[in-house]
Ligand binder design. Structure first.
Ligand SMILES: [Zn+2]
Ligand SMILES: [Zn+2]
Length: 164
């Protein structure tokens, strides 16, 4: 996921738009697993300031997630923005190294995508999830297991009423 900035060094404008299309498929990134359903399209621009580069871009892709209730696959579209500074010399925090004329976008791009992933993805808002007793998908079939779905607040009330 690299862009080449040698053109910026010779040119006088100091500005370079770019478009990258990456077919990633699956990636393991710091123990986070990402499964892409479509290419990652990055549209952005690079600004050169002396020995630094500022890259800004928009990311568009689609990833595959697992519903946190019923474990089915969900196609989750991603639209994310990122901004990343690169430097050829001194390394500060948050600044990545510009390797000769090459800027590697993997870290800012993947980290921006990870930020867009919901903590508890759901296939649909009203997903019924799996039956805790028999494990069948309650969206697909109503199993005959009996569930004691009593609101804990109601239980307290019931206890109080029984005491009297
Ligand atoms: Zn679900
Ligand atoms: Zn069941």
């Amino acid at each position: 996921m690299k862009i080449y900035v040698n053109r910026l060094k010779c040119g006088s404008s100091g500005h370079m738009p770019f478009r990258l299309v990456e077919n990633i498929g699956r990636i393991d990134y710091n123990r986070e697993k990402l499964h892409f359903n479509s290419p990652v399209i990055i549209i952005g621009s690079v600004e050169r300031h002396e020995d630094c580069y500022m890259v800004t871009g928009h990311i568009k892709t689609e990833i595959v997630l697992e519903c946190s209730r019923c474990l089915s696959s969900i196609r989750h579209p991603i639209h994310a923005e990122f901004k990343q500074k690169y430097s050829e010399s001194a390394q500060e925090d948050e600044t990545l190294a510009a390797n000769r004329d090459e800027l590697d976008l993997e870290r800012p791009v993947i980290e921006s995508i990870l930020l867009e992933i919901p903590i508890k993805p759901l296939c649909k808002e009203e997903c019924k999830g799996l039956c805790p007793i028999c494990g069948s998908d309650r969206n697909l079939n109503d199993c005959s297991c009996t569930h004691e779905d009593i609101d804990p607040r109601m239980m307290e009330l019931k206890k109080l009423l029984e005491k009297k």
